[in-house]
Design a protein around this ligand. Structure first.
Ligand SMILES: O=C(O)CCC(=O)C(=O)O
Ligand SMILES: [Fe+2]
Length: 219
């Protein structure tokens, strides 16, 4: 059995209750320390050891419509597959979250997909929605930050907006071990440029929108 998964990574009912309440109430939640720090540290070690040949440029849109658009985002990504112990430990925590939220909010979350993201100094992701109403099966977005010793001078904040508002209601510093979770259709958001390397895992819980046996969408 995986030693990282064993390392005390069970989410308490209390934390799941708080998260469910916050999502139902406000549509988002910031969790300062979702994972045992040992897991977050292993994930950081892993992602910071990948060279650029292990990442792909991030795209926007889906499948055939997938295109790289340097005006929208300039980060690079690497999908998690569960190929390392640290990834498995992370995915198992996210699975607990999926089941816990389904039980409390009847969200029908079906699966979870996620990728490491690396923003080099100056990289950004302009204001966007992770899902458009009725046109996607991404319902809940998550971002885990892996940046020890980040200060406000480093920039790289996540700005979250209410639709049609020009001023963000939240400006989040990408602190190590912190996770933000929000309803994908509800909040436009953007990533400001940072002046140091910024690492994270962005992920989405999806509902099952399969038709005729085909899972929609393949990646
Ligand atoms: O890294 C972040 O703070 C947000 C990333 C994001 O919005 C995305 O990958 O869709
Ligand atoms: Fe996003």
């Amino acid at each position: 059995m995986n030693t990282l998964i064993q390392s005390n990574s069970e989410l308490s009912q209390h934390r799941l209750d708080n998260l469910a309440d916050s999502l139902a109430d406000k549509g988002y939640m910031v969790m300062p320390e979702l994972l045992p720090s040992q897991i977050a540290e292993s994930l950081l070690l892993e992602v910071s050891e990948y060279g650029s040949q292990h990442f792909q440029p991030a795209g926007i849109g889906r499948e055939q419509q997938q295109q790289q658009n340097q005006f929208v985002r300039t980060d690079e990504i690497r999908w998690l597959t569960g190929q390392t112990e640290a990834q498995q430990a992370f995915l198992s925590v996210m699975e607990q979250l999926r089941l816990g939220l389904n039980r409390r909010l009847f969200m029908g979350l079906f699966d979870y997909e996620c990728h490491f993201a690396h923003y080099g100094p100056g990289d950004f992701y302009k204001k966007h929605l992770d899902a458009f109403k009725g046109r996607t099966n991404r319902v809940l977005s998550t971002v885990l930050y892996l940046n020890p010793g980040w200060t406000t001078e480093d920039g790289g904040e996540l700005l979250m907006y209410e639709k049609k508002q020009r001023t963000p209601f939240l400006k989040l510093t990408p602190l190590f071990g912190q996770m933000v979770i929000f309803l994908s259709e509800r909040f436009p958001h953007e990533v400001l440029a940072a002046n140091r390397h910024r690492y994270s895992i962005a992920g989405w819980f999806r509902i099952n929108a399969s038709i005729g046996g085909a899972i929609d969408p393949p990646r």
